[in-house]
Design a protein around this ligand. Structure first.
Ligand SMILES: *Cc1c(COP(=O)(O)O)cnc(C)c1O
Length: 464
């Protein structure tokens, strides 16, 4: 067999990739014509591709490389742990030091009585755990009819059968028989697209009250939980109006239901606190975590569970778990990641340096003729591309056409900025410096200019 290395010509690697590798969330037929971009190494906030381009990664991989690429400490810890104890499970009354230490550390960082951690290998798995845990919780409390979980349209909670059902992505529901029964989706607090003539704060209240309407419609005795991301990520970095979360919290407090905050993106510093729930003043019973927990250096996720819920679950055998729940190498890497975050005061860097600087620069992009709103929450931001700012119009071209053109300009300018439909989003490593933010904004502006010119050329600057 040939040895496949970084030094093979790009075209050969692309051909092998096209022949054997099925990519997630990709039209693989189309990609195999074009050839995938091949990333060979990374350091700090930069990726290097197989052609030697140095690309600023304004997405931190998939929202996860919070401490930046190339941290040797994490490699050292992984190697040490692999030599000492590469694997053992946490089933059958057994445990090991990395799982113990990481659970204790997470309990220390999490607010309130969120003191208990159930480990998973990813955010999707953790949300699958949550579905089973909240339903089992109510069954143990003698209320087995409380099975309905309320979520939101355009939410992202993962891609497995359970978590994809919790999510509210219509494109995902259209494939593979989703959603599973007893998942109900209310509307999202997306003022720019759906707020019409309402003031944003009134709209936020109205969308929050859909939760109360759904609870009353099903009956409180049928509802197990409400799940939401503090700030929607994959849906387009949708920062809710300020009125939204206090009203959601009031409703969750009034009725006997559990609140699950999906912190997979917002957790571990993205919004300037350890958890987005702290930034938005939310008091969840369960938090979903993954991504930034290990800065993406190893696959690990989990559910942080309140003392109340954990004590009820402890009353019976919970017939659930993953071979890699609390995997020692992943747990050791996550623990080292959290150590670095604390020792280097990365939250302080976000709060005092990076987030205020980014906010000023990002919001200034709203002056560009293509940009309607520019929203930011800590270190996650979005801009809405529009042919008409005053009317918040959408493009006549199919949704995503313009966003895709903009994203391709970004790549050409050595910037990774993602598009969700015609919204451009960023979520850079938390360690990004003001000088690097300047470069990122400069490349984003240049890409917007080029996108604008391209839209004129292709006659796409029309409202639907
Ligand atoms: C990415 C994501 C998930 C799924 O995590 P995976 O590790 O990809 O399974 C769940 N919830 C949110 C909010 C996410 O952004």
């Amino acid at each position: 067999m040939t040895v496949i290395t970084n030094h093979m010509p790009t075209a050969e690697l692309q051909a092998l990739d096209a022949a054997h590798h099925m990519h997630p969330f990709t039209a693989n037929g189309e990609l195999s014509q074009k050839g995938a971009r091949i990333i060979t190494r990374a350091d700090g906030v930069h990726l290097t591709d197989s052609e030697g381009n140095r690309i600023l990664d304004a997405m931190a991989g998939l929202w996860c490389v919070n401490i930046g690429y190339g941290r040797d400490e994490l490699a050292e810890v992984a190697a040490r742990q692999m030599r000492e104890l590469p694997y053992y499970n946490t089933f059958f009354q057994t445990t090991h030091v990395p799982a113990i230490a990481l659970a204790a550390k997470i309990a220390e960082l999490a607010p309130g009585d969120l003191n208990n951690v159930f480990f998973a290998g990813s955010g999707s798995e953790a949300n699958d755990t949550n579905i089973r845990m909240v339903r089992h919780y109510w069954a143990l409390k003698g209320k087995p009819a409380k099975t309905v979980i309320i979520s939101r349209k355009n939410a992202y909670h993962g891609s497995s059968v359970g978590s994809g059902s919790l999510g509210g992505m219509s494109g995902m529901h259209a494939q593979g028989g989703l959603p599973i029964p007893d998942i109900h989706h209310i509307n999202q607090p997306h003022w720019w697209s759906e707020g019409g003539d309402m003031p944003p704060e009134d709209f936020g209240l109205q969308r929050a009250r859909e939760l109360e309407e759904a609870i009353l419609e099903f009956g409180e005795d049928r509802i197990a939980a409400f799940i939401a991301e503090p700030v929607q990520g994959a849906g387009g970095v949708i920062v809710p109006p300020d009125s939204y979360w206090p009203e959601i919290q009031r409703i969750c407090d009034k009725y006997e239901i559990l609140l699950i905050a999906d912190e997979v993106i917002c957790g571990f510093g993205r919004t300037g606190n350890w958890f987005g729930s702290e930034t938005l003043n939310i008091r969840p019973d369960i938090m979903t975590i993954a991504k930034g927990l290990s800065s993406g250096y190893a696959p690990i996720g989990g559910s942080i569970v309140s003392d109340e819920v954990a004590s009820v679950i402890a009353g019976d055998e919970f017939n659930h778990g993953y071979t890699y729940s609390g995997h020692p190498v992943a747990a050791a890497v996550a623990l080292e990641n959290l150590r670095i975050m604390e020792e280097e005061n990365i939250l302080g860097h976000v709060r005092d340096v990076a987030a205020p600087y980014l906010k000023e620069k990002w919001e200034a992009l709203a002056d560009h003729p293509l940009v309607g709103e520019a929203r930011i929450a800590g270190m996650m931001g979005s801009i809405a591309l529009t042919p008409n700012k005053e009317t918040r119009a959408v493009f006549a071209a199919e949704a995503g056409t313009v966003g895709y053109i903009c994203r391709e300009r970004c790549f050409a300018n050595n910037l990774v900025m993602r598009h969700v439909g015609d919204r451009m989003i960023i979520s850079p490593p938390l360690v990004i410096t003001p000088a690097e933010i300047d470069v990122m904004i400069e490349r984003a502006s240049k890409s917007l200019d080029e996108c604008y010119a391209e839209l004129k050329k292709q006659d796409l600057l029309h409202s639907a």
